[in-house]
Design a protein around this ligand. Structure first.
Ligand code: SF4
Length: 247
């Protein structure tokens, strides 16, 4: 029996290494699978709130709305939990709320949000058919990068969102989201465009790409992002022939 969480995690790592047929998807020829030893599986399992009703994203949202677990709670105006279709197979994850998001309580509603919406539409989808969340739910002052302590304090909310919603595909927007979800230290330039399969989330294909805010500053990178989006569209069986690059 593997009733202890550490035993279960170790057993799953053993299976993923030695019984490849148990993987829902084969390894990508273009990218890599995050090595199990690079990931903080045990730490993340410990952060999951075991009292949460796993069927209720609303219960999780209520917890986030009242959360005072890190210093960002003192400066926020709104907790930005995430929004979209709870039945969606595709989740986008960004870094954290900005000023517009903090003001409205909704993710990706500023200029970067407008560009993300165009990216989603370029995939032949709409915002209300996907789910959008961030690694931290409260705005870091001045839009600074969330500290490691803030990321750690907030991670269990994103982890639970993924476990409850069980998306099949995830696009990580920018370096912070990529490092938090993948548990890796490389920069986004090295991570982007690769497919990752994560033992913590069986059946989920993950692809990092540039953040829309980066694209606003560096429009020439849109071409690479479009290639990344087309990769995910291929996974999802969405045709790219008739689509145009999101601008
Ligand atoms: S950022 Fe996350 S951990 Fe920090 S107060 Fe907000 S919800 Fe809580």
């Amino acid at each position: 029996m593997h009733s202890d969480p550490e035993d279960v995690a170790a057993y799953l790592r053993y299976l993923s290494r030695h019984v490849p047929s148990l993987d829902c998807f084969p390894p990508s020829s273009e990218g890599g699978t995050a090595p199990a030893e690079d990931r903080k599986t045990d730490r993340r399992l410990e952060q999951v709130d075991r009292t949460l009703d796993p069927a209720s994203i609303l219960a999780l949202k209520e917890q986030a709305m009242a959360c005072m677990a890190c210093p960002l709670s003192k400066t926020r105006n709104h907790v930005v939990f995430g929004e979209g279709s709870e039945q969606s197979g595709l989740m986008f994850v960004g870094e954290g709320p900005g000023a517009d998001e903090d003001r409205t309580g909704r993710p990706f509603v500023g200029r970067a949000g407008e560009l993300l919406t165009k990216m989603i539409q370029a995939m032949g989808l709409s915002r209300d058919t996907v789910y959008i969340a961030n690694t931290v739910k409260c705005r870091p002052p001045g839009n600074r990068v969330p500290t490691p302590e803030e990321r750690t304090a907030c991670f269990h909310f994103l982890d639970s969102q993924i476990r409850i919603l069980q998306p099949r595909f995830m696009i990580l927007l920018g370096q912070t989201a990529s490092q938090v979800v993948l548990g890796r230290a490389e920069g986004i330039t090295r991570l982007r465009g690769q497919m990752f399969l994560l033992p913590d989330y069986p059946g989920l294909r993950v692809l990092p790409t540039y953040h829309p805010a980066y694209l606003l500053r560096n429009p020439s990178a849109k071409k690479e992002v479009w290639e990344d989006l087309k990769t995910v569209m291929g996974w999802m069986g969405l045709g790219a022939e008739s689509q145009t690059e999101g601008r």
